[in-house]
Each structure stands twice: as structure tokens, then as C-alpha cells.
Design a protein around this ligand. Structure first.
Ligand SMILES: NC(=O)c1ccc[n+]([C@@H]2O[C@H](COP(=O)([O-])OP(=O)(O)OC[C@H]3O[C@@H](n4cnc5c(N)ncnc54)[C@H](O)[C@@H]3O)[C@@H](O)[C@H]2O)c1
Ligand SMILES: CC(C)C[C@H](N)C(=O)O
Length: 367
């Protein structure tokens, strides 16, 4: 991979490699765009096959956060961290303290939170070293685990997508196939079950499957069979890239609406499902509940205010469908347009000169 070429292609600002031999920390912080504000995005801990795969994931996820934060109406840019390692075996306190110091060194250009493989407890350790972390324990007056809020946002967005596809946003009696039943999807399944949906689920973790089978009467299938099950809605809630050449021909769902980041393996897969008449709720619009919730910490966390913004995901998904129809484009492109238009407007307004203490004029005054 030619890193600078890739960064130039999508206009990334910064890529930071963090290494601490004592604790075993190997982290990559990617900052995509800070036009709207400091880059906020979670930290993923994962056993990458190669360093290149880790860099690519950090870059891809960071760009996704720029779009997610912009489309959600947040005054935040996009960034993400990946830590290379097994979250079940390789974590230690010194690792997250070292990581916190690296974040502090960026002086507020990047703010972190949870993602796959990291927890509230990890964020609390980072908080020992830096203020630039969110999703810390409610005991500190913070918002805690973002997953249940992400799940609520996905549930709301799924209803908006159902309205578009079926003419009603009721999920009662709808058959919903859920891929991955981890932190977010467990909570999503609870909302869906409460509304009377019928669940078909899968996960590579058998205990996670067992829990939703027992608690919500879900039917379990093997991980490879989830794409082809007879269902109304497919909810990808595991990892990215699962809408691709192999899976698309198997799909029977009329709607795709789930929590996973980067669901389309390539942009062209968004065109294919659009041509098939599938209603796709773009991933970074529907799964913004978690980041909306943790971002509220920056104002002094207020759950009521945060949840009001999360409710807006329903309207944001509707807005995406409107743009798609207006401009006759697939929904993934409509979502990009929504985000890009907002970033562009702010970029223009920020181009006006503002005396901010860093300019030569302020240094002259202090001489
Ligand atoms: N946690 C949040 O607040 C949040 C916010 C926005 C987006 N997301 C995204 O949502 C997705 C899920 O996040 P999470 O926090 O619930 O993570 P998680 O790790 O708790 O859950 C993911 C689940 O997917 C399962 N899985 C992995 N590969 C699989 C496969 N091939 N087939 C079936 N199951 C598989 C895992 O075993 C796990 O149970 C991720 O893509 C994440 O980036 C999460
Ligand atoms: C800031 C976090 C809550 C980020 C979350 N993991 C996401 O992808 O949106």
C-alpha cells in the first residue's frame, strides 16, 4: 500500500503510529478531516492479519467517522484508532495509559471512545492520562457504554427504512435477520422483540446466540446461512464488507439496516443493491447513536438532550431517502452528499479570518 497516495486520494490529514515496548502497545491513529471540529472516533482492538490491514482499517474507519459526524449534525471531524492485538488476551493497564499519553500529545485534535474490542473500563484508564476521551463511566458524570444508544438509533432508523419499503414503520410481524449479536445487536434485538418482530440470528460466538434465542425467542442459523434466509429486513451488526459479490445474490431482504460500519465492500455494491430495489439505510447514518451520545459529554453529559438528538436518526434516514429520490441516486451516495454539503458549507464559513491567538498579529501584540 502506498500510504501517501492513499491519504491524498481521500484527503486524510494525519496518520500517527504509537509504540510502547513495555506494554506491547501498537496503535495507529488516523485523522481524516477536522473541518467541523476535533476528530472523534472510537478505538478498535483487533487481531489484524498484517500491519497493512490494520492501517487500511484505521484509515477507512476514520473517513467513515468524518461522514458519520457530519451527517449527524455534530461539530466534530472524523478519526479512529486501531490497536493491534487480541482484546481477550493482550490488554493491560499500562497499554491504555501509554495510549492515553499519545492521545494527549495530539492536544485535542483527536478524541477517542469505545469500538469493537474496547470497553468503558479501558476508556476509564485512558482518562487517567487525557481529557480527550469519551464513553467513560457514568460515575465520572459521563455517558458510559455507547452500545445501547447505538442500538436504539439503529432501531429508529430501521423503522424509517421500513416505512420507505413497506409503507408503514411498524416492525410488528416483520422477519428480521441479524448478523452478529454482540453489544449493539443484543440491545437491538430487545427493541425488535418488544415491537413484535420475528428474529433470525447468527454469531460466531455461540453464547451470544444462545442469549438472544432464550430471551427473545430468536431462531439461530449458521454464520454462512444468514444472507440467504427468508426475511423482510437484513441487519448487519458484526464487521464490515459483508455486502459484496458473494453475498448480494443470496439476499432476499427488501431492506438492509444494521449497525456495522463500512457494510458495502466497495461503493459499486451500493449501486447493485439499489438496482435490485433494496432499501439500504446507509451505515454511518443509522449507527450514529453511540457517537451522538458520547459527543454530548463534551458539553457536560445530559442524557435527555443526547437522546433527543438520537431520535433524529429517523429523520436523517428519511432525509437521505429524499435526497436519493430528488437526485435519482442510490442512498449511499445520498448520504455522502448530505455529509459533504455540510462540511463544504462549514469549510467556506471558516475561511474567514479569525484572530485566534496563533496568528502573527497576536504575537506582534505580545512583543
Ligand atoms: N458499539 C457501538 O456503539 C457502535 C457504534 C457504531 C457502530 N458500531 C459497529 O457495529 C458493529 C458491532 O459493534 P458491537 O459494539 O456490537 O461489537 P461486538 O464485538 O460486541 O459485536 C460484534 C459481534 O459480531 C460477531 N461476529 C464477528 N464476526 C462474525 C461473523 N463473521 N458472523 C457472525 N457474527 C460475527 C462477534 O462474535 C460479536 O458477537 C461493529 O461493526 C461496530 O463498528 C458499533
Ligand atoms: C465514538 C464511538 C461511539 C464510535 C463508534 N464505535 C462508532 O463507530 O460510531
Amino acid at each position: 500500500m502506498e500510504i501517501f497516495k492513499y491519504m491524498e486520494k481521500y484527503d486524510y490529514e494525519q496518520l500517527v503510529f504509537c509504540q510502547d515496548k513495555e506494554s506491547g502497545l501498537k496503535a495507529i491513529i488516523a485523522i481524516h478531516d477536522t473541518t467541523l471540529g476535533p476528530a472523534l472516533g472510537g478505538t478498535r482492538m483487533w487481531m489484524y492479519e498484517s500491519e497493512e490491514a490494520a492501517i487500511e482499517d484505521a484509515l477507512r474507519l476514520a473517513r467513515g467517522m468524518t461522514y458519520k459526524n457530519a451527517a449527524a449534525g455534530l461539530n466534530l471531524g472524523g478519526g479512529k484508532t486501531v490497536i493491534i492485538g487480541d482484546p481477550r488476551k493482550d490488554k493491560n493497564e499500562a497499554m491504555f495509559r501509554a495510549f492515553g499519553r499519545f492521545i494527549q500529545g495530539l492536544n485535542g485534535r483527536y478524541i477517542t471512545a469505545e469500538d469493537v474490542g474496547t470497553t468503558v473500563a479501558d476508556m476509564d484508564i485512558i482518562y487517567e492520562e487525557t481529557d480527550y476521551v469519551t464513553g467513560i463511566s457514568p460515575a465520572f458524570g459521563s455517558s458510559g457504554n455507547p452500545s445501547p444508544v447505538t442500538a436504539y438509533g439503529v432501531y429508529r432508523g430501521m423503522k424509517a427504512a421500513a416505512k420507505e419499503a413497506f409503507g408503514s414503520d411498524s416492525l410488528e410481524g416483520k422477519v428480521i435477520a441479524v448478523q452478529g449479536v454482540g453489544n449493539v445487536a443484543y440491545n437491538l434485538c430487545r427493541h425488535l422483540h418488544e415491537e413484535g418482530a420475528k428474529l433470525i440470528v447468527t454469531d460466531i460466538n455461540k453464547e451470544a446466540v444462545q442469549r438472544v434465542v432464550e430471551e427473545f425467542g430468536a431462531k439461530a442459523v449458521d454464520p454462512n446461512d444468514i444472507y440467504g434466509v427468508d426475511c423482510d429486513i437484513f441487519a448487519p451488526c458484526a464487521l464490515g464488507g459483508i455486502i459484496n459479490d458473494e453475498t448480494i445474490p443470496q439476499l432476499k431482504a427488501k431492506v438492509i439496516a444494521g449497525a456495522a460500519n463500512n457494510q458495502l465492500r466497495e461503493a459499486r455494491h451500493g449501486d447493485i443493491i439499489h438496482e435490485m430495489g433494496i432499501v439500504y439505510a446507509p451505515d454511518y447514518v443509522i449507527n450514529a447513536g453511540g457517537v451522538i451520545n458520547v459527543a454530548d459529554e463534551l458539553y457536560g453529559y445530559n442524557r435527555e438532550r443526547a437522546m433527543k438528538k438520537v431520535e433524529q436518526i429517523y429523520n436523517n434516514i428519511e432525509k437521505v431517502f429524499e435526497i436519493a429520490k430528488r437526485d435519482n441516486i442510490p442512498t449511499y451516495k445520498a448520504a455522502d452528499r448530505l455529509a459533504e454539503e455540510r462540511i463544504e458549507k462549514m469549510r467556506k464559513s471558516r475561511s474567514q479570518f479569525l484572530q485566534n491567538g496563533q496568528h502573527i498579529l497576536s504575537r506582534r501584540r505580545n512583543r
